[in-house]
Write a protein that binds this ligand. Structure first.
Ligand code: SAH
Length: 464
């Protein structure tokens, strides 16, 4: 990160603005909104700029910049039309340790102005650290449309009641739970639809009715959430919503770090394993942990790679939760078969190739893959093997031995849907030998069937 976004309190502080043109005016407007007192230095300036400075209690100096102009300035904006003057100012500021912004020159600047979505007191700042103003403009337009204007009022209203709620509910957890309940209730709609005084009255009543004892022991819940196969964009809205509600997040190796990062900053994040042969936590302990955290009254989000109910032991994890009478929800996710197939350009079914698809585990028990082979040889069926890399040679061999065509196409998809996705194709007869000397990264999925022949045609445009 080249620039750390911060909110700076500028009310009554002196800010030096060098330059009197359009850009200077834009910066002056922003600074004036934050209550800064502007010291404008320029041989000439736009009339509206001069007025703005004077209205805010600032001063205008009709001359070129001098070093003394920096005395007492909290912040400096160099917006002259002379590049030499701008870099001179930047140099002096660096010596003095005063933050400086040189317009359109992020490399000379020690701070940048983000684009703002202003719902005072709420704001969203967007910046590309100078890389692409056009991109920032687009994003801002999208977010502007997404955040109703009255969000600011909502923030203001909550801010007004913070203190009285603190007196009523001294425990921070209880206050958080109170606000969560309010934001899930009618309050938001009341404010957004302009019924401000109703909202205020309801909030006042809710605070008076808040019971410290009752709210201090909230009942815990468990969310068993599918996090998708890898690409964080494949998360569902519901998954995101519950992830951001959770106080504790349990995740394993299959869950993308970017997804875990979407949890609340103050949520406890617990890694529970597990690599194939290296179990960070035995399954039993994970099941117990869910109950343990929920009994503390916390909202527990158990993130599972893909879909929790497809080779994810989701059922087992729920067993103890159900037995303990704890409330839970299960959120489906995009399973690896769907994700990998789409991103590799392999339709799992296709009128000319496959009328059915079967998800199979290639997990070995006692050293061999134990499957109902005679049932897996229909030529018009696609097979998807989860956890099958170690058993790949055996899978291919057994399918052929039981009658599937040796020339049947097979794809091995490694780290599917991520930036590192790799697709290796071959046939039942030659794929095992072809990958023997190659380094293959987990997780991998094996797709068997004539649909794999479509991969070169439908493959993802970005893939080599
Ligand atoms: N519940 C998960 C599957 C868990 S079993 C789901 O619905 O997807 C773990 C197996 O899933 C791995 O061994 C691998 O075969 C497969 N898998 C999961 N994510 C994958 C990915 N991004 N690319 C390839 N295979 C993946």
């Amino acid at each position: 990160m080249d620039f750390l976004p911060l909110g700076l309190k500028l009310a009554g502080e002196t800010v030096l603005l060098a330059g009197g043109g359009d850009t200077a005016l834009r910066k002056a407007r922003l600074l004036a909104r934050a209550g800064a007192r502007l010291r404008l230095v320029a041989p000439a300036w736009r009339a509206d700029l001069g007025e703005l400075v004077e209205q805010g209690g600032g001063v205008c100096h009709p001359r070129r910049f001098e070093e003394g102009d920096l005395d007492g300035a909290r912040l400096v904006v160099a917006a002259t039309d002379d590049g030499t003057v701008n870099s001179h100012i930047a140099g002096l500021c660096a010596q003095r340790g005063v933050p400086v912004n040189v317009v359109d020159q992020p490399r000379l600047s020690s701070f940048v102005f983000p684009a703002l979505i202003d719902r005072d007191p709420l704001f969203v700042a967007i910046s590309s650290s100078g890389a692409s103003p056009v991109l920032v403009r687009r994003l801002r337009a999208e977010l502007e449309a997404w955040l109703p204007a009255r969000w600011g009022r909502l923030a203001l209203l909550i801010g007004q009641f913070r203190e009285s709620l603190s007196r009523r509910l001294p425990a921070r957890k209880a206050r958080e739970a109170f606000w969560e309940r309010q934001l899930d209730g009618p309050l938001v709609e009341q404010v957004l639809s302009g019924h401000q005084s109703d909202a205020e009255a309801a909030l006042r009543a809710a605070i008076e009715a808040a019971e410290p004892a009752a709210t201090e022991a909230p009942v815990g819940e468990v969310y068993l959430v599918g996090a998708g196969p890898g690409d964080p964009d494949l998360l569902t809205f519901r998954a995101l919503y519950l992830l951001q509600k959770a106080d504790v997040v349990l995740y394993d190796r299959l869950v993308a770090p970017e997804v875990v990062a979407l949890a609340r900053a103050d949520a406890e994040k617990v890694y529970v394993g597990k690599a194939r042969d290296l179990h960070a936590l035995p399954q039993d302990n994970i099941n117990d942990l869910l109950v343990h955290y929920a009994r503390q009254g916390r909202r527990v989000c158990r993130l599972k790679g893909g879909d929790p109910f497809i080779f994810g032991r989701g059922g087992e994890e729920l067993e103890k939760v159900v037995a303990a009478g704890i409330a839970f929800q299960v959120v489906p996710g995009i399973t690896a078969a769907s994700g990998c197939a789409s991103y590799a350009g392999i339709p799992l079914t296709h009128r000319d190739h496959a009328q059915s698809v079967r998800f199979v585990t290639g997990h070995r028990k006692d050293g061999s893959v134990d499957l109902d082979w005679p049932n897996l040889i229909a030529p018009q069926e696609t097979l998807v093997f989860y956890m099958g890399l170690v058993g790949l040679a055996e899978i291919c061999e057994q399918l052929v031995a039981h009658g599937r065509e040796p020339g049947t196409p097979v794809a091995l998809v490694s780290r599917g849907t991520t930036d590192a996705q790799e697709v290796i194709t071959g046939t039942l007869a030659d794929l095992p030998a072809a990958i023997e000397s190659r380094e293959i990264h987990a997780p991998t999925l094996i797709i068997v069937g004539s649909v794999v022949s479509l991969h070169p045609r439908y493959r993802w445009f970005g893939e080599a």
